[in-house]
Design a protein around this ligand. Sequence first.
Ligand code: NAP
Length: 272
Amino acid sequence: MSRHILVTGAGSGIGAAVAATFAADGWTVTGVDLREPQLRESLACLATPARMLVADLSDPAAPDRMVREAWEAGGPVDALVNAAGIYPARAFLELDAQVWDQVQAVNVRAPMLATRAFAELAIGAGRPGSVVNISSGSALRARPGAAHYSTSKAAVEMLTKAAAIELGGAGIRVNAVSPGFVTVDSTANPVTEEYAAAVAVNPLGRRGRPGDIAAAVAWLVSPAAEWVTGSIVRVDGGASAGTTTLPAHWPELTDVQAPAGATSMTSEGAAL
Ligand code: NAP
């Protein structure tokens, strides 16, 4: 029997790549997004016929309804990928309750409510399941104009861990992929080239592609990752490992005087 995956944000960018990757592997896909034309176009390209659900996930009732509709119409759901997200730039002094709440609602509350509904149905049916949330390098590293977004992604990472420890006993794994900068040409989340050039720096030297993230999601959902839960997999060309933009050389400390009687060390670390 075909496996069934529910993917939010399937109309664009990373969510669309996740839907395409699983469809190519024979999965039945239910794709969810805000705008119907974009979602329809994205799902029409898949290798297997897909189901479409149009929903505004900032509505508190929508995530639960989405999961139940997908389950009823397409059969039991085996995996849920929460990829819908928004990242509107807003300077800290210009933040207000409206933009703050919208970002938390789409980026954190919706994955929480969808995961809760999915877990409830899976447990009721006695089935295992897998959830993958899409986090961001912003969860670890603040940047100007993104306090609301970074906070939402830090929360998604803790949501992932908290859900994992409570649902593991029922055979439901919850993990996250944390992408570095990925070129998606999003209409919902436009970024300037100046910003992209600055944020995309990483040791592997190229920008991320949606398929890089989808491949990690596919691994997390697969049986190969059956002992992985509560993990945040960073797929970012090494960006979170450290910085490449600092000088590699600095003055040697030849003038430092050791205190009288102190033991000094060679460069290899052996005591003299
Ligand atoms: P994207 O191409 O804009 O995809 C995001 C999707 O979410 C869009 O299809 C958008 O729909 C949908 N969406 C937005 N608000 C929604 C709502 N209220 N209800 C339902 N769907 C909604 O952006 P992306 O870059 O692929 O982002 C996907 C995920 O990756 C996000 O969680 C983002 O935070 C994360 N991420 C992206 C990057 C990156 O560099 N691209 C890096 C780190 C993390 P509409 O287009 O119809 O508005």
